[in-house]
Design a protein around this ligand. Structure first.
Ligand SMILES: O=P(O)(O)OC[C@H]1O[C@H](O[C@H]2O[C@H](CO)[C@@H](O)[C@H](O)[C@H]2O)[C@H](O)[C@@H](O)[C@@H]1O
Length: 268
């Protein structure tokens, strides 16, 4: 069966575009007191790991994020497909402002509760049917975020086609269900419709301390494209990682380059 273009999985081994600069000059970024720093997590700040729980936050990165958060007056946010709960476990003991679940959740200050939970949980019966897809092969991992379910196949790459076919069949049975399929890097995620990372950022930017600042966003995945597209609305900038995306001011080769760039912003 042919995948819908919008549902095609994403290759995370795409070679960086040789014609594009492989680094973003720190001089493009306004002084930190005027900037909002918006950062995707997996594949941008952190190297990919075989499973979602195996990622590692280098201590130098944690320190860089703490200092950037402080020097921007709190205007640093993680913008992730992960749930807020998961983000907090990964970066523990640090807490940062964050948009989680591709825009389903948002927290403006490290010590505040989530101010927006835009998504109801996925229908239980639907979730059961989707979860059964994991039985197609050993190595397929389920990640349940409540408002979405992710089927990870990094450990079972041969199962990619079968997963997308099984998801398509379930969707065909439920043409009116308010859900969408989000292809990611070695993951197929089925989420409630009606929110994206961009809708999360649009809301975030209406609140202090983000309001009125010039943001920059760094991301690697197709789910980050929606945020790249809205940065010009704020006179902001976007940078991609590992690929040349539309609307970006530059690109990084790998997460290690992003980490070095962020540290460099503190030295100016
Ligand atoms: O928006 P992001 O912060 O980039 O999050 C995207 C997804 O990241 C996680 O999955 C990905 O990273 C895992 C760890 O490296 C990797 O094993 C997996 O193959 C990747 O798809 C996370 O588990 C998802 O919930 C996020 O949506």
């Amino acid at each position: 069966m042919k995948h819908d273009v919008a549902e095609m999985p994403v290759d995370d081994d795409i070679a960086p575009d040789e014609a594009a600069p492989d680094k973003a000059p720190a001089s493009l970024i306004p002084p930190l007191g005027e900037t909002a720093v918006l950062l995707d997590i997996d594949g941008t700040l952190l190297d990919f790991a075989p499973t979602p729980r195996e990622v590692w936050v280098p201590p130098e990165l944690a320190q860089t994020l703490r200092l950037l958060h402080e020097r921007t007056g709190g205007a640093l946010a993680l913008v992730s497909g992960r749930s807020l709960n998961d983000i907090d476990l990964i970066f523990a003991p640090d807490l940062f402002p964050a948009i989680g679940g591709h825009g389903a959740e948002m927290r403006l200050h490290p010590d505040s509760e989530a101010v927006a939970a835009h998504a109801p949980p996925l229908d239980k019966e639907l979730k059961r049917r989707l979860a059964a897809i994991a039985k197609l092969s050993p190595g397929i991992l389920l990640e349940d975020k409540g408002y979405s379910l992710a089927l990870h196949y990094r450990l079972a790459p041969h199962a990619e086609k079968a997963i997308y076919e099984a998801v398509s069949l379930i969707r065909a049975d439920l043409p009116n269900a308010p859900i969408e399929v989000l292809p990611g890097k070695s993951v197929c995620e089925i989420k409630q419709a009606g929110f994206t990372k961009a809708s999360g950022v649009l809301e975030l930017m209406t609140h202090e301390p983000f309001k009125g600042r010039r943001p920059f966003f760094i991301g690697d995945d197709v789910t980050d494209d929606s945020v790249f597209a809205i940065m010009p609305d704020y006179d902001g900038l976007s940078f991609s990682v590992g690929r040349r995306a539309a609307d970006v001011a530059g690109q990084f080769g790998a997460p290690s380059d992003v980490r070095a760039f962020l540290a460099q912003l503190l030295d100016r």
